[in-house]
Design a protein around this ligand. Structure first.
Ligand SMILES: [Zn+2]
Length: 196
């Protein structure tokens, strides 16, 4: 435990006291003395308090940022999945099932979401308290929204590409099953050509 010391103004005896103690009794002359708070102690206490406030503000902000990033990931995942589903619904032939129309509604929603999603995400970016350093602040503004639109568009294209890949693979498999005998014939004819 830290001990401070002072001289008794009455008898010049040594008086020791703990930090934060406001009254001390001289052990030699029994004088009761008021201890003035040390300005350095006050400054230190204030610095510690403000450090705690800063840490609490930062922790609160980082938690909000984490939640915001989660919303963004969920949005992008939904954009990807819906594009994929919409592609399959509109491409795979169905007989009056209404799935094509559902697919087209999803296509419309996906197109709206390419712009509306980033605008919404930009509007719910958590405000950063003043104590938050520039490098950990989420940037907010039209440029961020445009970047976000570009990213969402790429995710949509990815959903489309994956849809095309899955669908064409299915179609190939189906064709291979149907024409397995003719494939065999073609194979032979190709090898005959190579021999010539
Ligand atoms: Zn004294």
């Amino acid at each position: 435990m830290e001990i401070n010391a002072m001289k008794c103004p009455n008898c010049a005896g040594d008086i020791s006291y703990s930090p934060g103690q406001r009254v001390a009794k001289c052990p030699y002359c029994d004088s009761i003395l008021d201890i003035k708070a040390d300005p350095a102690d006050i400054a230190l206490k204030q610095a510690i308090e403000s450090q705690k406030d800063t840490e609490a503000a930062r922790a609160g902000y980082l938690e909000k940022v984490r939640k915001w990033k989660l919303k963004k990931r969920i949005f992008l995942a939904a954009e990807f999945l819906l594009t994929f589903i919409a592609y399959l619904l509109t491409e795979i032939p169905q007989k009056d099932s209404g799935l094509y129309e559902l697919g087209m509604v999803i296509v419309l929603a996906v197109f709206i979401a390419v712009v509306a999603g980033p605008i919404w995400l930009n509007s719910v970016i958590p405000p950063a308290p003043n104590v938050i350093e520039e490098q950990i602040r989420l940037k907010k503004g039209p440029i961020q929204t445009i970047k976000s639109v570009a990213l969402t568009f790429l995710v949509m294209l990815l959903g489309l590409v994956v849809g095309i890949m899955v669908y064409s693979k299915d179609k190939d498999n189906a064709e291979t099953d149907e024409n397995s005998t003719s494939d065999f014939d073609t194979g032979i004819s190709i090898s005959d050509e190579r021999e010539d």
